[in-house]
Design a protein around this ligand. Sequence first.
Ligand SMILES: [Mg+2]
Ligand SMILES: [Zn+2]
Length: 189
Amino acid sequence: MGGRPYVLVDRDGTLLQDSGFTHRIAEYAPLPGAIEGLRLLQETGFGIALVTNQSGIGRGYFSEEDFERFQAHFIEDFAAHGVRIEATYFCPHRPDAGCACRKPATGLLERAQRELDIDLERSWVVGDSPEDMELARRAGCRGVYVLTGSGASRREVLEASVPVVEGFLDAARHIVDASARCSSAREPQ
Ligand SMILES: [Mg+2]
Ligand SMILES: [Zn+2]
């Protein structure tokens, strides 16, 4: 156990505009506050990794090479703005495949935990889907739900205890504030 706290971030609808099975570089569009929010988290000491369902691959809408090409463009652009995304974990399977990695299944997070040495208890999942919040619950992380992407339309099915914010920068601020409260509770001055 031990390890480092991470923010495990959904991609489409959370950091990038979700144009529906996004895979063309022409569709690449960071959401407002995404870069700024990640920078804030990074400066606070969180590692950053992506956890994303990409069933468009399994459905045959685009190839894994298309995904990798888009991903390389995205990672490079964020890096040019001072954001280091350490790793990308993706599920390429169809929803009906019954795999162990499609969110809210915890397969991707378990792999990330091993490879990056993540302290799950001090880590967070940010996403625009109730499945992202269910992933957080199952993995023993905390979750923050953003109203970008599909967030606004699926908000009703969320559990009442899940924090809901407008967009990624608010999510980052929520995480920084909540984590500061936790560590000062553990280490009184
Ligand atoms: Mg999403
Ligand atoms: Zn899968």
